[in-house]
Design a protein around this ligand. Structure first.
Ligand code: COA
Ligand code: MG
Length: 292
């Protein structure tokens, strides 16, 4: 598994790399991660220009602490090889590959990145949006120990199309559960799919809350109006922080020295809850540092 420094990924905003205005705007938007898209959001005739625009924007380097990711075209397209070559040599933090289906795909893509002499830290992110990827999810996740894979990004627009299903999130519950189980089993980050109705902040907020409850690290976004909501919903809230600090303080209390289970605020609290509390505080600290 490749070493990566911890980065909050509450809000991961896609933008078509062909949209110069969006690329410029991204420099001031409070998204944790920017995903420059060369795939679905770019028309076939604009692919080459979009690739150049993405690499030029990355070279420009005016994106501050934002994590910069490029989504390339799928392996079976005529643009894939050029995309991989250019993005491997760019300043991107990760290459997001769509339509992956198997562990062999991940191994092959990771080897392509190695073959392009990319920096050691360049991560591979994989879209989980094909039925075959969901069926193969555990072997795909397992490749993280020996490849550049660090992150799963769910894609329900494509999954719905492939399943011939409606855009109804409840239909994706089994895929979500499987992906989170497999991803966590092998130490991956996991990002939720997009919410297409970007003029519906209430519906988006509800979906963020559900995504957080499922265990997602953050949400992929399609519009700047979604950033603040995602940043708020995926950060530990004040109540969680107060609860976590109380748990940490209780286990530090000499009266509880050596105990594995104690009562905090009327609730059974074990050492595993102490670990969760420490993770909550660590995440809050990273978010606070990133927003300075
Ligand atoms: N990233 C950065 N800026 C964006 C943006 C995005 N994803 N979406 C919109 N903006 C900007 C617009 O450029 C506009 O800027 P301006 O006020 O400086 O002109 C402002 O936000 C308001 O945009 P708005 O008029 O509300 O939306 P739109 O009609 O211009 O665009 C979409 C709507 C859906 C086409 C656009 O949001 C988009 O392209 N989203 C990303 C699509 C994508 O990447 N899909 C792939 C993954 S699913
Ligand atoms: Mg797609």
């Amino acid at each position: 598994m490749i070493e990566t420094s911890f980065h909050p990924r509450r809000s991961c905003l896609y933008m078509p790399a062909s949209n110069a205005r969006a690329l410029e705007k991204a420099k001031t938007l409070p998204a944790d991660t920017i995903i420059l898209d060369l795939e679905d959001a770019v028309a076939p005739d604009a692919k080459d220009d979009a690739r150049d625009a993405a690499c030029n924007a990355l070279a420009d380097g005016a994106y501050g602490k934002r994590e910069m990711v490029v989504r390339v075209n799928a392996m079976d397209t005529p643009w894939f090889a050029d995309d991989m070559k250019s993005v491997s040599a760019s300043k991107a933090s990760a290459i997001l590959v769509p339509k992956v289906c198997s562990a062999a795909d991940i191994v092959k893509i990771s080897e392509i990145i190695d073959g392009e002499n990319a920096s050691d830290g360049l991560q591979l992110w994989a879209m989980i949006e094909m039925p075959m990827a969901v069926l193969n999810i555990a072997p795909i996740a397992e490749t993280a120990s020996s490849t550049r894979l660090t992150t799963f990004v769910m894609g329900f627009n494509d999954l719905a199309k492939e399943m011939r299903a409606e855009q109804d999130r409840t239909l994706f519950t089994p895929a979500i559960a499987q992906t989170i189980m497999a991803g966590r089993a092998f130490g991956l980050n996991i990002l939720d799919s997009v919410y297409n109705d970007f003029k519906d902040p209430d519906g988006f907020e509800q979906e963020c809350r559900q995504a957080k409850a499922y265990g997602f690290d953050g949400k992929t976004l399609i519009h700047p109006a979604q950033i603040d909501i995602a940043n708020r919903e995926f950060a530990p809230n004040e109540d969680k922080i107060i609860e976590a600090l109380a748990i940490i303080a209780a286990f530090k209390d000499p009266a509880n020295a050596g105990k594995g289970v104690i009562t905090v605020d009327g609730k059974m609290t074990e050492l595993l809850h102490l670990q969760q509390a420490e993770q909550t505080i660590a995440l809050a600290e990273v978010i606070a540092a990133a927003s300075q």
